[in-house]
Ligand binder design. Structure first.
Ligand code: FMN
Length: 300
């Protein structure tokens, strides 16, 4: 059997899960192509996405697609990839397995959104998985609490093995009778679904709430590592130092801040408030949490 795994992974957690799944499927005699969209200009250029996908994704029987959860949603760059998927014919599989990684707080409506979009593209979501991972924002030195540091690691393996086993058990001969599990992925309580719809929208947060990046040109050594690491290529070098482009816009993944060796990048925010929000969330309180359990899970 042939599987394609497509991922977008600004700070590497989703890619790691994709690689672990790739390994598990290969050990079960699958022929696997893992395609990483991180840093690829195509994710924000709508013009040629479909033909790009056609040219770069090989023939497959199963399509797995991985995304981080941002502001309780499937990352909008992954939504754009799914929207551009060619019809499930001529080597493009009808069967799909969306998966997400998230930072313990709330997986939101991400998997449900993925399955709905896959359905619109003519696909059937047969299995799905969420993995509890390091909350990348908490890697910032100003954040006191480190949520799930080092994850995903060995602890994620049983869940990923379970998914791989269930993929193997799937009878590819009866595609037309395959059960779509989209409804099962609508697992959040109504309150959480409403919050995701009304309050937690990444583009809204980007425009009005998320703190903006600040470059300190006095500290910058123009090593360009921030430019190389940016998953959406939104940093450009000028004579004075790096600047943020208006388009594609910054997705607030913090990868550049963590990469900078000279502390030349930061965000301007109320650290006390952010620390309180995250600490409350980890104690199951406040507006961010869903308190879902188990945090890593295979839906089948
Ligand atoms: C801007 C932003 C928003 C996030 N929103 C959520 C969220 O709503 N719920 C959650 O549990 N984790 C959230 N996270 C944490 C990421 O989902 C988590 O770290 C994920 O594993 C990152 O995947 P990646 O390493 O593949 O980029 C957010 C992280 C960032 C940077």
């Amino acid at each position: 059997m042939k599987a394609a795994i497509i991922v977008f992974s600004p700070t590497g957690n989703t890619l790691k899960v994709g690689q672990m799944l790739e390994k598990q499927l290969i050990s079960r005699n699958f022929d696997v192509q893992l395609y990483n969209f991180t840093g690829n200009d195509m994710i924000f250029r709508n013009d040629n996405m479909k033909s790009f996908l056609r040219e770069n994704i090989k023939e497959h029987d199963l399509l797995c697609i991985g995304s981080p959860v941002y502001a309780h949603h499937l990352h909008y760059n992954v939504k754009n990839i799914i929207k551009a998927l060619p019809k499930p014919e001529n080597g493009w599989a009808r069967l799909a397995v969306p998966f997400v990684t998230y930072g313990a707080i709330n997986s939101g409506v991400a998997l449900h959104e993925a399955a709905n979009l896959l359905k619109k593209s003519g696909r059937i979501t047969i299995l799905s998985m969420k993995i509890n991972a390091f909350h990348c924002m908490t890697a910032l030195p100003q954040i006191n609490i480190k949520i799930n540091e080092g994850m995903p690691g060995e602890e994620a393996l049983p869940t990923i093995e379970e998914l791989a086993d269930k993929i193997v058990q799937f009878n590819y001969g009866v595609i037309n009778k395959s059960k779509d599990i989209t409804k099962k992925l609508n697992y959040q309580k109504l309150k959480n679904r409403m919050k995701a719809k009304i309050i937690f929208r990444e583009k809204f947060w980007h425009n009005y709430l998320y703190p903006k990046l600040i470059f300190n040109h006095d500290l910058c050594q123009k090593c360009e590592r921030c430019i190389d690491i940016c998953p959406v290529n939104c940093i450009e070098m000028t004579d004075d130092g790096p600047i943020l482009l208006d388009k594609p816009f910054c997705i607030h993944c913090v990868a550049c801040i963590l990469e900078c060796q000279f502390n030349a990048i930061n965000v301007n925010t109320n650290w006390t408030r952010l620390n309180n929000m995250l600490e409350n969330a980890m104690n199951g309180r406040g507006p961010l949490v869903s308190n879902e359990n188990p945090k890593s899970y295979v839906y089948s």
